[in-house]
Design a protein around this ligand. Sequence first.
Ligand SMILES: *Cc1c(COP(=O)(O)O)cnc(C)c1O
Length: 225
Amino acid sequence: MSTPGLHERLETVRAGIADAARLAGRSVDTITPIVVTKFHPASLVRELAGLGVHDVGENRHQEAQAKAAELADLGLTWHFVGQVQGKKARQVRGYASVIHSVDRESLVTALASDESGIDCFVQVNLTADPGRGGVEPARLEPLVEAVLAAPGLRLLGLMAVAPLGEEPRRAFARVRALSERVRPLAPEATALSMGMSLDYAEAIAEGATHLRIGTAITGNRPAHG
Ligand SMILES: *Cc1c(COP(=O)(O)O)cnc(C)c1O
């Protein structure tokens, strides 16, 4: 069983990433594309693995946990990109290798562990709406310090979603500037998780190291309740 167009869409995005990297004078080896498979069945993730995909992203804990268990034989790297509830934090640690959405001190506390380290990004909210995921830029440094101080967490860098109504390249330039602002605190946390289906080329131009791409590869998400 194969999903119509999946291979073609994957190849189109791979070529788009290579083009954007070339334009930016960057090596594609510095860019990790993550295919966001939320709402799609495990069978689609298995197809993607067959096409050479190693990194997949999910944003809902129960769905992610079930798929990771069902597909454990594939050796995929699971990225959690959605809001993490404090009481589910330990469970997310169980299957995810990277958490892109650390956005508050209480979550850092919930994720901290003496077990082996998990990679994470601090998510920054680029909108004026506090209901959106991410820490507001004014509160970024204390959160970065909390992550650095927590056992079992390794800070890779910053994650953000470009707001609707802002030129994506400008939004990503803001993330890059925030990353430079925290550099003295966290010299090794240079990664930037930014860029989705419609704006990954702009993100690459501003230094993205981790792209989170869903529908451009998977096709439209199935309806969900
Ligand atoms: C769904 C999702 C994506 C992928 O979005 P597309 O527009 O389908 O590429 C990326 N990041 C996060 C945080 C998401 O929830």
